[in-house]
Design a protein around this ligand. Structure first.
Ligand SMILES: [Zn+2]
Length: 295
């Protein structure tokens, strides 16, 4: 049976946990592959990486790591001998960037970085992939670079609510819940994108990037207080970024028969996609305002 890839923290493995070798790291599930530096798939994204200083181009600033992708190296010498491509683990990390997935970072001992453990390996928490680009490395070949930033556990997205229970344990638990929620949302939003073949339901646009088509999943009745729309497929539509912004800010709304109001056209709806009409009504009532429209 194929193991399920876990994005986010591994239950029971806390930040700062140390391991003597890659076998121990692998057994803990914090980074399963025994040799590869990137654990992931080019369909799902990367769940963990090992930063071990093996690559001359890596830069470690603590909360920010400039991580170099893999490929193009001579197996024996470890030297870069051809350009790296945006495939496999590199493509997986790029997907993290596009979909907002966190990646577990494990640092290995080496003498080039003050942030590395003195020996063995250490789990250093969750990072997000902020951006990625390619550049010529010190050896003259192109490498893919990923800017990772540590996810700040102290940011509380819901304001005062949690302040009275400020113990570390509660805090850690809350972060875990939040991360798991982000992952759940991501996989659901992927479903609606696949359903529409990564095309906007309003204008049919599919935006091509270097890792494939880009489109966004939009909640009809927004999540969170005070709207408290559900995170379910019947409350999601697939939109290009322009139409997503217009929809969120009331530039148009969708009538019960899927005709658009505010702009011309009709929402394209897949027969397998049961959009709840009450959410459309909610959006129309709360976000669409005819008199503020430019004629
Ligand atoms: Zn569109």
């Amino acid at each position: 049976m194929k193991a399920i890839r876990i994005f986010g923290s591994i239950p029971g493995i806390y930040e700062g946990t140390t391991f003597r070798n890659r076998i121990e790291v692998s057994l803990s599930k914090v980074h399963s592959p025994l040799q590869a530096g990137i654990s992931g798939s080019q369909k799902e994204g990367a769940d963990s990486i090992v930063v071990s200083g093996g690559y001359e181009d890596d830069e470690d600033y603590g909360d920010v790591i400039i991580y170099t992708g893999h490929g193009g190296r001579n197996i024996d010498s470890g030297k870069q001998v051809t350009d790296q491509e945006l495939v496999r683990g590199n493509l997986a990390l790029a997907l993290n960037c596009q979909n907002g997935l966190p990646v577990r970072v494990i640092r290995g001992a080496h003498d080039k970085s003050i942030f590395a453990p003195e020996e063995g390996y250490r789990y250093d928490g969750l990072f997000r992939v902020e951006e990625y680009w390619k550049e010529k490395g010190k050896h003259g070949f192109y490498v893919w670079r990923f800017k990772l930033r540590k996810i700040d556990y102290s940011i509380n997205p819901r304001g005062q609510e949690f302040h009275e229970e400020a113990e570390e344990y509660v805090k850690a638990k809350r972060v875990e819940t939040r991360i798991q929620r982000i992952i759940r949302e991501t996989s659901l939003s992927n479903k609606v994108k696949v359903l529409y073949d990564f095309k906007c339901q309003v204008c049919d646009t599919s935006i091509l990037t270097n890792i494939g088509a880009y489109v966004e999943a939009a909640h009809i009745k927004p999540l969170g207080a005070p709207h408290d729309g559900p995170d379910t497929l019947d409350n999601l539509i697939c939109l290009c970024p322009n139409h997503h912004v217009m929809f969120d800010f009331g530039g148009f709304s969708i009538l019960q028969d899927f005709n658009l109001i505010g702009i011309e056209g009709k929402l394209k709806v897949n027969a397998n996609h049961k959009i709840k009409r009450e959410f459309l009504q909610y959006h129309f009532n709360h976000f669409y305002d005819e008199k503020n429209r430019i004629p």
